[in-house]
Design a protein around this ligand. Structure first.
Ligand SMILES: [Zn+2]
Length: 146
């Protein structure tokens, strides 16, 4: 391999309050706040209060957990929602922890390989021109080759 690709570890997270690169240099860990009052998880970790009990989370621990979850539903977008967005692209609702559903970009070519209820994991998608990596969800079994 003569390809000069930078490892994702040389890049910054596009959304540093949401995720960080995991030990393997490819997967993402999500950042949660653990409520000191009721110990429920809140996402993202810098949310203004506990999703469960409303505690202001001033003394909350930030918890890193392997990013991923259960695919609930998904849709293929043919019109860019934001400038520079590549279409078609697949957006999905992913349950990343009990009671926490986030919308994410699914990193597969077409939705034929997707089905509700399948496990997804979060991986880094490097954007070397911007010096950042973004979050993509991929089916768990093919995450290593994505
Ligand atoms: Zn709480």
């Amino acid at each position: 391999m003569t390809l000069m690709t930078q490892p994702a570890s040389a890049l910054r997270p596009l959304h540093p309050t949401l995720y960080r690169l995991a030990q393997d240099g490819h997967s993402l860990d999500f950042l949660f706040a653990q409520c000191p009052a009721c110990s429920a998880l809140t996402f993202p970790s810098n949310a203004p209060g506990c999703m469960q009990c409303g505690d202001p989370l001033r003394d909350a621990q930030t918890l890193r957990r392997p990013g991923g979850g259960e695919l609930l539903e998904f849709v293929t977008l043919h019109v860019p929602l934001t400038p520079g967005m590549v279409v078609p692209s697949i957006a999905g609702d992913v349950r990343i922890a009990p009671g926490i559903v986030e919308e994410g970009v699914i990193g597969v070519k077409d939705e034929g390989s997707l089905r509700p209820g399948m496990r997804l994991r979060a991986v880094a998608e490097p954007d070397e021109a911007q010096g950042v990596y973004a979050c993509r969800f991929v089916p768990e079994e093919q995450g290593a080759s994505a």
